[in-house]
Structure formats: structure tokens, C-alpha cells
Design a protein. Structure first.
Length: 417
């Protein structure tokens, strides 16, 4: 007779009724109470991002991308698109090249102020026992900058043609030479200061009597062979010697007269004049070899412009004696106020100067100003160097036209070979 299964007769006493320990069953996630498979809950729908930009939108972003003006997301979208679209990739390359032309050309030269800042910092920590005079500092800096430009020149660069320009007899003049010839010119004219200080003249004991032009032409014609890079060492050594000599000489030496042939300058002004010419001719050399060259530091440029402004009354009087300028309209006693032109120089190194018109001995007077001139600092230096004519200078002017013309031509007459 069939009945419920009996427990085995193994000697153990088992409880009667329902078992206290349930038997094995499926996992609660897989089985429902009726041991039927449980269905999985539905997955949420995927979250969709914004659709990718269209070709037209990405193409319109190429200009901003080339200028690095896109957001990070736009930049990524454009760059992903450029890997797939050849026309846009070509356009992007053209735009990047065009953007490169908008940036100023970088120079490998150190910034003009960097040397001064380094020296100032070093001297602040350990002051020099023998400091360089303030009026000699521009010359020291400009010769060092030109020497840095020449440092890597090969033989071909030293023989590159250079055209020196100046203003004489109411018109522009020029002289063709080479890079080595320019350095020879600087060497011989710097020799005027060397002679004034009792140092050896680079032209030797047979140096001709005269100013910069006579000495330069003598140097250029002294040898039948072209001047070579060998001229650099004596030029640089002479520059070091000049700075070292005036540094040890003390304050009184600044008033020592330096004879330029037809005129003389105090030693302090002569150093500023040599700094100005060194920069101008370094500019000529850099232009000849197609290399960028920065103007002097602002404080040094200001000193050079100040020298030119102080020389203007004398240059105007000299032109008047030669019949090249209008006669004076009101001569006054030395030191008395006279007719005045106000010269305003803009930009780095600029400032304002009052120029006596009728006599170098007259005192400029704002109350007697009859004309005003405004010029950019670099353009004024180009005018004073004879690189541009008075008619070419972009001048803001107001007042007496005759006085303005005379002063502009006087500024150009400061130039020479």
C-alpha cells in the first residue's frame, strides 16, 4: 500500500511533522513564489546627446578655430571633422597660414631692456666698484647689441652690400659699402673719442686731420683689398676700452671736448652721438641682411632724442649763415626769451622740447611759441639720421609754416656720413 515516504531506519530520532529546514530552491531573483522564472525589469532608454554639428556649421567655425577662439567642444568637433573632410582640411591649412602672417615677426635677439634689467638686478645685489657713467651707458648697450648681431655672420654676410644714407645740401646722399665697411666706419669715428682721451688712434700716427668723412674715406682707401671680418675685433676692443677709460676717469671727464672737425661736442654728448650712430648703422646692416632689429630701450632713446633737440638751434643758425634758412625775425640778447617752436616726440623715449628759433643763445619761452611739431620718436630719429627727407616725415604741425620747415630741415642736416 502506497503512503508517504518513511524515514530511514538509521537509529536517529526525527521530529514528526513539517521540516524546519527548507530544502534548496532557486534564487529569489530568478524564481517567484511559485518557482516560476521572474522576468528582468526593462532597461531605461539610452540618453541621446545633441546631434553632431552639420558640415556647414563646422565649416563656419574654421576661422575661429584657426585663431584658437573656439571652445573645447567646438575645437574637438572641428578637428574630428577635418580628419574626414578633405576640402575643410585644406581650407583650415590656408587659414592657419594666414593667421601666422598676422603675428609680428619674432627676433632671436634679446629684448633691449633685458640686458639692462639683468645688470640692474646684479648691481642691486652687488654694486659695481667702478660704475659706467649714465651718459656712456647707451653707447655700451648699442655696441653690445650690434656685436651680438655680427656674432654669427659668415664671410658672405660680411661682404653684403650696405647703403649708408644722409642728408646734405638740401638733398639725400648715399654711399655704397659692405657690412665690414660699416664697422670700419664706426671704428674710425669712435677713434675721435679715443684721441680726445689720449688713447691710440685706430688710424695710427699718420691719421688725417679732419672729421668723420675724411677719416672714413682714408680708412676705406688705405688697403687695395676689401675690408673683411677682421675689423670686428679692433672695433669691439676699442669700444670696451673707451667705456672702461671713462668709467675710471670720474665725473669731470664728461666736459672734455671731442673735436669732430667742423665742430666739437662735450665727451658726454659725444658718447650719446656715437650710440645713436651705432644704432642707425646696425639698423642699416640688419636691413641689408634681412634681419629684424629693435630700437634702443626707451630711456636710452630719450637721451639720444634729447641730444638732437639740443643741437637743433645751432644747426638752424648754421643753415641760416649758409643762406639755407629764413633770417631771424627778432634777435634778442643771450639768455633772453625769444621765438620758440615746441617739438613733441611721441612713443617710446618721447617727450617735449622747446626750440629757440632766432638764436642759439636765446632762451626758449612757452609764451613766445609760434609753432608746434609732433613726430613719432623713431621717425624723428630717421629724419635726424638722414634716412628720410623732411618732406617724407609724417609730421603733425601747427603755426608758423616757415619756422616748421626750417626746423625739419635743420633736423635732417644733423646727419652725415
Amino acid at each position: 500500500m502506497n503512503g508517504p515516504p518513511q524515514p530511514p531506519d538509521d537509529g536517529y530520532e526525527r521530529p514528526v511533522g513539517r521540516a524546519r529546514i527548507p530544502g534548496p530552491r532557486g534564487a529569489a531573483d530568478d524564481l517567484d513564489p511559485g518557482h516560476a522564472p521572474r522576468s528582468m525589469p526593462p532597461l531605461p532608454p539610452p540618453v541621446e546627446g545633441p546631434p553632431p554639428p552639420s558640415h556647414a556649421v563646422l565649416k563656419s567655425l574654421l576661422g575661429a578655430w584657426a585663431l584658437a577662439a573656439c571652445s573645447a567642444e567646438e575645437t574637438q568637433a572641428v578637428e574630428d571633422h577635418l580628419t574626414e573632410c578633405a576640402p575643410c582640411a585644406e581650407e583650415a591649412l590656408r587659414l592657419r597660414d594666414a593667421v601666422g602672417l598676422l603675428h609680428p615677426e619674432e627676433t632671436l635677439d634679446l629684448k633691449p631692456l633685458l640686458r639692462s634689467r639683468v645688470l640692474e638686478d646684479c648691481l642691486g645685489k652687488r654694486p659695481a666698484r667702478i660704475p659706467v657713467p649714465v651718459w656712456a651707458s647707451p653707447y655700451d648697450t648699442e655696441t653690445a647689441r650690434l656685436d651680438a648681431l655680427l656674432q654669427d655672420f659668415g664671410d658672405s654676410e660680411w661682404h653684403t652690400p650696405v647703403r649708408l644714407k644722409w642728408f646734405e645740401e638740401e638733398r639725400r646722399r648715399s654711399q655704397r659699402t659692405t657690412v665690414a665697411g660699416v664697422i670700419g666706419h664706426l671704428l674710425t669715428v669712435d677713434g675721435l673719442i679715443a684721441s680726445a682721451l689720449g688713447l691710440d688712434d685706430p688710424l695710427g700716427p699718420d691719421a688725417p686731420k679732419g672729421g668723420p668723412t675724411v677719416r672714413t674715406e682714408h680708412f676705406w682707401g688705405a688697403t687695395p683689398h676689401p675690408i673683411t671680418r677682421q675689423v670686428r675685433d679692433p672695433w669691439r676692443e676699442q669700444g670696451h676700452t673707451l667705456v672702461r677709460t671713462v668709467s675710471f676717469a670720474g665725473r669731470g671727464v664728461a666736459e672734455l671736448a671731442v673735436d669732430y672737425g667742423g665742430f666739437a661736442l662735450p665727451l658726454g654728448d659725444a658718447f650719446l652721438e656715437r650710440a645713436f650712430e651705432c644704432w642707425v648703422h646696425a639698423w642699416d646692416i640688419a636691413e641689408a641682411v634681412d634681419y629684424p632689429y629693435e630700437p634702443p630701450a626707451g630711456p636710452h632713446l630719450h637721451r639720444m632724442i634729447d641730444l638732437a633737440a639740443r643741437l637743433l638751434p645751432g644747426a638752424l643758425a648754421q643753415r641760416r649763415r649758409a643762406g639755407l634758412a629764413a633770417p631771424p625775425r627778432g634777435l634778442v640778447a643771450a639768455g633772453a626769451p625769444g621765438r620758440t617752436l615746441h617739438l613733441e616726440i611721441e612713443g617710446s623715449g618721447g617727450g617735449g622740447w622747446d626750440i629757440a628759433l632766432d638764436s642759439p643763445g636765446a632762451k626758449p619761452s612757452p609764451e613766445r611759441t609760434v609753432a608746434e611739431i609732433a613726430l613719432d620718436g623713431i621717425e624723428f630719429c630717421q629724419l635726424a639720421a638722414g634716412h628720410i627727407s623732411p618732406e617724407e616725415a609724417a609730421v603733425g604741425q601747427h603755426g608758423d609754416r616757415e619756422a616748421i620747415r626750417d626746423v625739419l630741415f635743420a633736423a635732417a642736416s644733423l646727419s652725415r656720413l
